[in-house]
Ligand binder design. Sequence first.
Ligand SMILES: *[C@@H]1O[C@H](CO)[C@@H](O)[C@H](O)[C@H]1NC(C)=O
Length: 204
Amino acid sequence: MAAAGSYFSITALIILIQLATNLNSCSAATPIRHSGRNTRFIRTSCRTTLQPSLCFVTFSRYATRIGGSPRLLATTALSLAFNTTRFATKSMITLSKRHGLKRREAAALRVCVEELGDSIDELKDSIGKLSRHGAGGSTFRSQMSDIQTWVSAALTDDDTCMDGLSGKSINRKFRSRVRRRVVKVAHLTSIALAFVNRYAATHK
Ligand SMILES: *[C@@H]1O[C@H](CO)[C@@H](O)[C@H](O)[C@H]1NC(C)=O
């Protein structure tokens, strides 16, 4: 009996040690577990977009900031689309000043700088309207409808820029270089639109 007793107590001790270890790793991992919920929100939201993996990779960085808020998700996505479009436009302006561009290439860049410039304005207006949400007297629905219109227009601008790059007389390397930037802009803008739509749907 004594042997059985010590056997059980050793087992109990091992279990206790394991429990304590688990508890320790639990408390150490608390912030991660908390952000796990936020990350899950990003993953679920990203599934509703056309670019789920790009979306998740991009937005999990902002998981803590966004928490579980569809509104902050939309705001962050708009801000990121705005920043990325601005950056792309700047790099196209730089590229357009380079010597040795063909006439068609320079013209395509001019179109892109103009279209993306419009897109920047539309995204900026959308961010402004979303941050003034509740003010100004107009209803949530009409505010969201304006934003949906503007972000859709921004997406069309990206497309128009892309169309201008498809001419045969445009150098392949040049085209893929510019296109890569615009594709990124268009993807982020389309994700922003999906999140704006999602947020709009929370208040039906
Ligand atoms: C966009 O750029 C501004 C200014 O640099 C920055 O404060 C903001 O955090 C950026 N937005 C995102 C979503 O990274």
